[in-house]
Every structure is written in structure tokens, then in C-alpha cells.
Design a binder for this molecule. Structure first.
Ligand code: ADP
Ligand code: MG
Length: 181
């Protein structure tokens, strides 16, 4: 992680201080509507919350997991940002949920039904929350390949709070385990 911005311009002071690395990570998903355009728009909005250029993964086309029969495939991605001053986990969640609604998301009727946009907070620095409204690190982040693979693309060295292994190591271990989804 420490080298995430090593090839980018130095900090605002123009001096020798290394800019901070992204510490807030978001999982993006869409399997309804023009998913590519919807995710592009979400990336653009996330960039406005970051003090440094947004880290963004490529778009991963994935098969639905634990979704109703006949669900369309997903486009999944991950983003990493350096939170602007004053951004809190709760404030970020409220923003993300507003963007989900703007993208056309309706209150769910069926578990994991198709949605134009899903934005989950994977991690917010070292912050930990354990309420139904907000659980961080996201409890399913390291159990879902569609979350872990895009995350490993942008932050292979990231160690999520409570984990011993890096995201890249967890994904590599999975690759040897045929049971992972
Ligand atoms: P899912 O992401 O599992 O498909 P939803 O997007 O419908 O489900 O979110 C269900 C609830 O999960 C939301 O009401 C939200 O408050 C809660 N939630 C808990 N932790 C998080 C998190 N880390 N990121 C996003 N939502 C979360
Ligand atoms: Mg969600």
C-alpha cells in the first residue's frame, strides 16, 4: 500500500513529504440498467470525496452469487480514496445510499435482487463499526471473490482491520481453493 502513489506527484507543499495512501475502500456493483455507465458515474462521484486521485479497479464481470434465479451477471469494481477532511464513515454511507437511490435503486423486496447500483464500504481506515446500519470492515469483503479480486487489483498489500493477511494473500489462497465463490 505504501507505494500506491509513489509514481504520482508529491504532496501539496511540493516538498518531499509522501502523499497519504488511500485508506477508504468501496465495493461497487451493478446488474441492472447500463451498468458500465452507472459505475463510471459512481467513480466520478467518489473522486470528489478524495484528496488524491481515485484508485479504481477495472470492471469485473461476475456471475451472481446467492441471488434469485435468472439474475443477470454483475459488473463489480473497487475504489480507494483518501478521505477529504470531515468525511466520516456514517456520512460516507449516507452519501452512497443517496447515490444508489439516484441510480434508480428501490427498497429491496427480494434478497439480493438485481440492482442498478450497490456501493458498500469495505473499510474506512482503521475504523470499526458493528451495527446493522454500518459494519466495517465489511463482513463479507474477504469471503466474496467479486469483492476481493477488484480490491486486490488496487490494494494488494492492504491488511483490513482484524485480518492478519493482506488482501492479495487472501485472494491467492483462494485461488488454490476450488470452493471459493
Ligand atoms: P447488500 O449490500 O448486502 O446487497 P444492501 O445494499 O441492500 O445489501 O444494504 C443493506 C444494508 O446494509 C444497508 O441498509 C446498510 O445500512 C447496511 N450496511 C451495513 N454495513 C455496511 C457497509 N459496510 N457498507 C454499506 N452498507 C452497509
Ligand atoms: Mg450494499
Amino acid at each position: 500500500m505504501s507505494s500506491a502513489f509513489a509514481d504520482r506527484p508529491r504532496g501539496r507543499d511540493g516538498g518531499g513529504t509522501l502523499p497519504s495512501s488511500p485508506s477508504v475502500f468501496i465495493a461497487l456493483g451493478s446488474n441492472l440498467g447500463d451498468s458500465e455507465a452507472i459505475l463510471e458515474e459512481a467513480f466520478a462521484r467518489l473522486a470528489t470525496l478524495s484528496d488524491h486521485p481515485l484508485l479504481r479497479s477495472s470492471l469485473h464481470r461476475t456471475e451472481p452469487v446467492d441471488c434469485p434465479p435468472g439474475s443477470p451477471p454483475f459488473l463489480n469494481a473497487a475504489a480507494g480514496l483518501v478521505p477529504s477532511a470531515g468525511l466520516t464513515p456514517e456520512g460516507l454511507l449516507a452519501l452512497l445510499q443517496g447515490w444508489e437511490r439516484e441510480a434508480g435503486r428501490r427498497p429491496k423486496v427480494v434478497l439480493n435482487e438485481a440492482r442498478p447500483l450497490d456501493l458498500d464500504i469495505i473499510a474506512f481506515g482503521t475504523e470499526v463499526r458493528n451495527t446493522p446500519l454500518l459494519t466495517i470492515p465489511h463482513p463479507r469483503a474477504t469471503r466474496r471473490r467479486f469483492v476481493l479480486a477488484p480490491l486486490a487489483e488496487i490494494a494488494p498489500g492492504l491488511v483490513l482491520p482484524g485480518e492478519r493477511r493482506t488482501v492479495g494473500e487472501i485472494l491467492r489462497a483462494w485461488t488454490q481453493d476450488a470452493g471459493a465463490v
